[in-house]
Write a protein that binds this ligand. Sequence first.
Ligand code: SF4
Length: 281
Amino acid sequence: MSGRSLNSRLFRWHQARRRPLLIREAADPWQVLVAEVMSQQTGIERVGPAWRRFVDRWPTPADLAGAGTHELLAAWSGLGYNRRALALRECARKIVADHGGRVPQTVAELDALPGIGPYTARAVAASAFGVPVAPLDVNVRRVVSRLLGVPSSSSSLQAVADDLVSRRQPGRWLDAVMDLASATCIARAPLCEACPVAALCASRGAVVAIEPKAAPVPFAMTSRWLRGRLVAAVTAAPAGSWVALPARLGEHDADAIGATARKLEREGFMDLRGGEARVRN
Ligand code: SF4
């Protein structure tokens, strides 16, 4: 199969089917990096408004490097996994200290920044700097694996994906593959009859069955929900003020709240004294 003919079909389809995501308006490498960090564990459609507020408030790494924790957590509200907010500030500080305040361009330099893993490093390199590398998250991995007939667990998948990525427009290629993953090459039942690259696809729907997942735990029962609620409760108070830890949050009792608060203290989010907490600055 020719990667070039596959990509030209993909791009033709994408001209009409490109999702108008707010984060695709990213205008510089810093805005791309923030968008990628926010999208790591939050649905790409949900990220847009928070991303826009964030990059308007802190338009450069130097701006974010000086941000206070209270304001940072308030800006991150609703995105979940708020450890990423502190890691992003560390990332900004490292960019200022080691790269003169400019986002570095190579995968290796990006990968060395706090909070940036191999996927994000490749996504920023491809989208912000045109480096022809394929970022492999669960969606890209699924599409490439099906297209090329290579098991998604194969150690060669990264290399074959890097061969497939458009040399000239790697960022556009990534957007197109992500949109294909969402439109036709969906996880459980791919819509191959509607797929623009079906004629060139190695599996064409003969997709390895995906094991049914165990019934998910209701979100409100998870520690992630509790973390988010606790951070929101403490952040809602003015900066520097102490707030009594709630006796109960949803299904979570005082023991669970206390344990989560101590974890947040160890991670640098908040200070504790007695039964009170405040955002650490
Ligand atoms: Fe996915 Fe089917 Fe398209 Fe192949 S033909 S890329 S399996 S949707």
